[in-house]
Every structure is written in structure tokens, then in C-alpha cells.
Ligand binder design. Structure first.
Ligand code: ADP
Length: 537
């Protein structure tokens, strides 16, 4: 029999591969650019964030220092003004009230008689203040009292009499007039280091990252104040260095009396940058993630398009290939039938043995033709409608019928002892069995057909003695028009429709088909079908 034309499933679709390659190259360049630009923008965003924070902090530290300087002079100037007005006898109740309002909330003003009692009945004076002032103020004298006292000032404290329990955190400036009356200004340091001090710091907008600690006045004075950090905007920060970059900045700030050798208070102000840096990195990573997701979606669409284009190309080539194959497959048996009929018609052969051989060839060729035409017709029907009429089919009798049709000594069977009825379409089953057995003989030389039942299903196996089907080809052989290269290089007749048809028929019967490696290394096709109710175990 004439060999069929070269049968291979490797179709090369060159042109689409070229533009898909170009797309991939473009995509890779874009990806590199995106990641590079992202790193660049992250670096500059980090540096400018640090720079902005440094500027904001410098401005608010300056404002804080200025307000401390103003505050330092406040009680002194208020007490002096009060003394002046008292001396000129212009300090009426109304005037005192007005001055008190101006000084609040940080300062309290007092106008007391020589015993330290308020001269205006509406005034209230803290209990500890009159004894403190009346005991320590000689006529015409003045004093400044700090609580708590900084180290070193303890010795110079002017105290002769026992004093009542004094509160912490205050600064009192008092003067006794020649007439014996006392004017005093009390600065509430609790307020100074609380709400008031935080106000200029809050103007920086960084309050959530600021920690302010009042250093103990008994701590040794450290005159070295580290300069505020400066951010070098010209340098480069790698993405993984962002959160490690300058996580904390710390300043030590003098508050009151900075010009004296013992500052009254020192503050330690810490700005934590790590939260802002983490947030920045998070935002930039989200942006990068979204861009990459978009790019991946694009890459995915390239893959899908490439696959669709390749499939389309393969399918066009396969169809062209198929038309050539079908015409060849139809022509070959027809030519043989024509030739042998001609010989018989002419009566050129008398030898009865030869005559019998010719009749046999005629029978085989017409069977081959019939099988091909039947396959083509069934494929056409399957493509139009997927519903097959079903009935109870005695599978064993159908197998026996087919085996006797094949009349091959290389086909054997090992069937379940009892009859098996499956819910199927008889003609469809015939198509399945004849294709599987035909392939087994064609590619495997010899084969065995087996049946078994279990869990409401019938398992039908056809195992041959050929060289089997490589693992990577097992899904492909069920695709229409797909033909595998034979390992021995021998060209077998066929158009690549048989197994596609078998799969289509089996699935239309609610069954399934799979291919495995047989015990001898040959191909093992396993079909699972629905048993008729009552047949199941
Ligand atoms: P055809 O036999 O007409 O080529 P099929 O759809 O029946 O088409 O089979 C598709 C391919 O699967 C065949 O070309 C063959 O290479 C491979 N094949 C099918 N059955 C077997 C088998 N029993 N052993 C080895 N290869 C097989």
C-alpha cells in the first residue's frame, strides 16, 4: 500500500512569532525601565521627605526657643510693671484685674499687704505663697524663686525660717515696696512644659512622631547640643535602605535661663522618621505593584494572543493537511478496488488461491473506505449535535461481534464473567471500539480488550503491545487531525480523526477516556461508561 504523505503535527507559524518576540522584548525593556524609574523616584521622594521634615522641625525649634526667651522675661517685666503702678498708687482693683487677665493663663499676679494677705478681697492667693514672700522679702527687696532648683543653686537659697510644703514647678518673682506691700508674679511651669511648649512644635505638623522628654534638672549639664541633621539631596538611597535611613533625630533644647551656667530645664525632643518612611515605602510599593500588575496583565494578554495565533495557524495548517490526507486516504483504497475489480472483470486470474486473495484485498479496502467515511460522517454529526440517543447495550455481545469482524489472531479478550449492559448508543459504541481496536492493531501489533465493573461504572481497557504513547503526547492525540510521528519512522495510514472521534463519543455518553502506559510498555486506553441501573454492584 502506498505510504501516506509526511505526517507531522509540528506546524511552524513564523510571522506571528516575530511580532510576538518584538512585543516580549518591548515588554522586558518597559519592565526594566519601570523598576529603574521607580527606584529613582523612591530615592528622591525619601530624601525630599527627610528634607521637608528637617525644615519643618528647624522652624518649630526656632519658634520654641524664641518663645522661651520671651517667657523668661515675662515674670520679671510683669512684676516690675506691677511694682511701678503700686508705687504710683494707680493700682486699683480694676487695673489689677485687667493686668491679671493679660498675664493668664501662664502667670498669676498678686498684690499683697505687708503680712502677705491680698489687698483686694476678690483675690485668692495659694496658701504657700504669703509665708514664702513675707519671710524672705526685706523692705525694698526682691527675689526670684525656682522650683525645683537646678543643681548648684541649692547653697545660695535664702531661707531663714521653716517654710510650708511647696509645690513643684513654679517660678516666683516678688518685690516688697518701701511701704511694706508686696507685688508678685508666679509662672506656672506645669503649663509652660505642657500645652504651651507643645504649641510651636505642633506647628510643624509632625506631632504624631514627636516625643518630648523633660530632662531632670539634677542631670549633669551637657553643653554639647548636636546640630540638626542636614539631608544631602544629591545622594542615592537604595529601596531596601529606605526604612533604615535616619530613623530618629534627637535634639536637646535649653528652656529657661539659657545664659546662666545652670539652665533651668533641658528638653530632649525626638522625631521618629520610621513611620513616615514606612508609609512612603508602602505607597511607592503599592504604585509599583499596580504598575507591575498592569504589565503582567499585558504580558498575559500577549501570551494568550500568541497562543490563539499559534492555534489558529496550526488549525489552518492541520485542515489543509487533513484535506490532503482525506483525499489520499479515499483515493488509495478506491484505486486498489478499481485495479483488482479490473483484473477480476478481465478474467486474467484463474488460480483459485489468487482469486481468494484478491477478494480478501477487495474486502479489506472497502472496509477501510467504509470506516473512513463512517468516521467523517460521525464527526460531522457530533459537531452538529451533542445529544446521542441512548439505550441499554449489551457490551460483551458488541465486542464479540467486532472481534469476529476484525478476524485477527492478534486480538484477544478478557471479559467480565456476567453480561454487562451499558447506557449508550450502540452505533457510537461500535465507533469507539472499532477505532480503539483498529489503532491497537495498527500501532501496537497485538492487543487485548478487557472489561470490569465497579461503583456503577463499566471500565473498558484496550492494551496493546506497541511502543506506547509518550507522556507529553497523551493529551494531544485526542485533538482532531493530530498525528504523532511513529518512533520507528514508519508511516501508517490515517488522518488523525479516530481518537478525537472516540473522545467526543465517549463524552457524549457521559463517559471518560484516558491513556496510560501498559504493563508491557504499550498503550493502554481506559474508557469509563455508565452501567444500566441494576447492573451496578
Ligand atoms: P490516526 O490513527 O488516523 O492517525 P487517531 O486519532 O486514531 O488517528 O490517532 C492519533 C495518533 O495517536 C496517531 O497518529 C498515533 O500516532 C497515535 N496512536 C493512536 N493509537 C495508538 C496506539 N494504540 N499506540 C500508539 N500510538 C497510537
Amino acid at each position: 500500500m502506498a505510504p501516506s504523505p509526511s505526517q507531522t503535527s509540528e506546524f511552524v507559524v513564523k510571522r506571528p512569532q516575530l511580532w510576538i518576540g518584538a512585543l516580549w522584548l518591548g515588554w522586558t525593556i518597559c519592565l526594566t525601565l519601570v523598576v529603574g524609574l521607580w527606584a529613582l523616584s523612591l530615592s528622591s521622594a525619601t530624601l525630599s521627605l527627610l528634607n521637608n521634615r528637617q525644615l519643618a522641625m528647624s522652624a518649630s525649634l526656632e519658634a520654641l526657643s524664641e518663645s522661651f526667651q520671651i517667657l523668661e522675661r515675662l515674670p520679671l517685666s510683669l512684676a516690675a510693671g506691677l511694682r511701678e503702678e503700686a508705687r504710683e498708687a494707680t493700682l486699683t482693683s480694676e487695673r489689677l484685674r485687667e493686668l491679671q487677665k493679660q498675664a493668664q493663663p501662664l502667670c498669676e499676679l498678686y498684690y499683697l499687704n505687708s503680712e502677705g494677705q491680698p489687698l483686694h478681697s476678690t483675690d485668692s492667693v495659694p496658701e504657700w505663697l504669703p509665708p514664702l514672700l513675707s519671710a524672705q522679702l526685706p523692705p525694698g527687696g526682691s527675689l526670684t524663686v525656682l522650683r525645683p532648683l537646678p543643681p548648684g543653686l541649692e547653697a545660695g537659697r535664702p531661707s531663714s525660717r521653716p517654710l510650708p510644703e511647696l509645690p513643684e514647678n513654679y517660678l516666683v518673682v516678688g518685690s516688697r515696696l518701701d511701704s511694706g506691700e508686696i507685688v508678685a508674679c508666679q509662672l506656672d511651669l506645669g503649663l509652660v512644659f505642657g500645652v504651651w511648649m507643645l504649641r510651636p512644635l505642633h506647628r510643624s505638623g509632625l506631632e504624631n512622631d514627636l516625643t518630648v522628654v523633660r530632662l531632670s534638672p539634677h542631670e549633669p549639664w551637657r553643653p554639647e547640643i548636636p546640630p540638626p541633621p542636614t539631608v544631602d539631596l544629591e545622594r542615592w538611597i537604595w529601596p531596601w535602605e529606605v526604612t533604615r535611613e535616619e530613623p530618629q533625630w534627637r535634639w536637646q533644647v535649653e528652656t529657661l535661663f539659657p545664659r546662666q551656667s545652670f539652665p533651668f530645664q533641658q528638653l530632649e525632643i525626638t522625631l521618629d522618621n520610621s513611620r513616615a518612611l514606612k508609609q512612603l515605602l508602602g505607597q511607592q510599593l503599592t504604585r509599583l505593584g499596580l504598575t507591575l500588575a498592569l504589565m503582567l496583565a499585558f504580558a498575559f494578554s500577549i501570551v494568550l494572543t500568541a497562543r490563539a495565533v499559534r492555534r489558529e495557524g496550526e488549525s489552518i495548517q492541520a485542515r489543509e493537511h487533513f484535506v490532503g490526507m482525506v483525499s489520499h486516504e479515499l483515493r488509495t483504497p478506491l484505486a486498489a478496488i478499481e485495479m483488482y475489480l479490473e483484473i477480476l472483470r478481465e478474467g486474467l486470474v484463474d488460480d483459485p488461491e489468487k482469486l481468494q486473495q484478491y477478494h480478501q484485498i477487495l474486502g479489506q479496502e472497502s472496509a477501510r473506505l467504509k470506516s473512513l467515511v463512517e468516521n467523517l460522517l460521525t464527526v460531522g454529526t457530533l459537531q452538529k449535535c451533542h445529544e446521542l440517543e441512548r439505550e441499554s447495550v449489551d457490551l460483551h455481545s458488541l465486542i464479540e461481534e467486532l472481534l469476529s469482524q476484525f478476524q485477527s489472531p492478534h486480538l484477544s479478550s478478557r471479559l467480565e464473567a456476567r453480561p454487562c449492559r451499558v447506557l449508550a448508543n450502540r452505533e457510537a459504541l461500535r465507533g469507539v471500539l472499532s477505532n480503539l481496536l483498529g489503532n491497537a492493531l495498527k500501532y501496537g501489533g497485538a492487543a487485548e480488550i478487557r472489561t470490569a465493573t465497579g461503583a456503577g461504572r463499566l471500565i473498558l481497557e484496550v492494551e496493546d503491545e506497541g511502543s506506547g504513547i509518550p507522556r507529553d503526547q497523551r493529551a494531544k492525540i485526542f485533538e482532531p487531525y493530530y498525528r504523532m510521528d511513529n518512533p520507528d519512522g514508519e508511516k501508517k495510514a490515517g488522518v488523525g480523526l479516530g481518537l478525537a472521534l472516540v473522545k467526543g463519543l465517549v463524552e457524549a455518553l457521559d463517559g471518560s477516556i484516558s491513556v496510560h502506559e501498559g504493563a508491557q510498555g504499550g498503550a493502554l486506553f481506559r474508557v469509563s461508561l455508565v452501567l444500566v441501573e441494576g447492573e451496578a454492584e
